[in-house]
Ligand binder design. Sequence first.
Ligand code: ADP
Length: 372
Amino acid sequence: MILIVDDKIENITALKKILESHQFQVDSALSGQEALRKILKQAYELVILDVQMPDMDGFEVAEAISGVSKTSDIPIIFLSAVSTSKEFITKGYDSGGHDYLIKPFDPDILVLKIRTFIKLYRQANELSRIQQVLLEEIEQRKMAESKKDEFISIASHELKTPLTSVKGYMQLAELSVQSDDKDNALRFLSRTSNQINKLDILIGELLDISKMASGKLDYNFTEFRFEPFLDNVIDIFQRSNPEWHIIRAGYADVVIHGDSMRLEQVLLNYLSNAIKYSQGTDKVYINVDPISPREIRVCVVDKGIGISKEDQAKLFGKFYRVVQSSNKYQGLGMGLYICSEIITAHDGHYGVESEPGQGSTFYFTLPVAQQP
Ligand code: ADP
């Protein structure tokens, strides 16, 4: 859209006619003030300014347009029949004009100039848009890079901690064997084994994350009965956490089409978090609800520290950890992210309901393949 600014309506009408016959969209203003009001409201690609106008002349209008960052790049062409000396032309360019035409002008030349200025203006806009996108991308990459560095440092720390414990327990086990203290040796070996399990889980999560980054996790879908599957997971969990009471309620004798190893991973993750974030208690609940003939819901409930509403929305995101508890509890914030991916791959839904200080319920749903 082109804006013609002239205090004489007959000049506007004549110029408008020429420009519209060349398919330009044209708007007009009868004074400098009206032109500035319009320019601030609407995006113009070129302004044609008459030099002699009462109140505010063309130079002042051009200076005002060039002085506002939003409008400073709009090309301005001055038209004048009276102010034709070199001094006026210089003033025109100094005030922000791109061209200065003296009346009478050749309409074809004016149209060619307008086309060129509009083309250059569009190109400049496109370039600055691309520059903006590139700057944002550089900024995002910098942030990702520093997040990655931070992640590597936390991950190395998380791997080093169980490894240091393994070394310590192995030395203690060795000493116990040398002094024929079999009971203590077995105790230290069992602690070693716990730490190795932690390392195994961590490395497994790191591998899953890298698989997710480069495509998809691998799945092995089969049909299996849910009840024996759940009993088995509880059994595995109970054996490595004998001091905890796992209390289950509900029953869903259904067949699931899924990857039982991956679903076991989800449940063990929910259960491990449930005990990790509820120190001082000793019970975790598993509830199974057939919410419809086609869907079951599995909930893992704890009476632990709970989670604020704001954090609940972000927990399943990559590397998200609740800031307040991140110093007290070790972790990388990968577990729930991997769970969300696995549940989604099973056409299930996941979520959390929680009250800070009261505990949390982490749930997921699974479609039923068939009733037995
Ligand atoms: P990690 O436990 O290794 O940090 P997760 O992805 O399993 O990673 O969990 C992400 C975050 O969610 C945890 O850092 C913790 O702040 C919060 N969280 C997960 N489960 C619970 C829970 N049962 N109770 C309270 N907070 C939890």
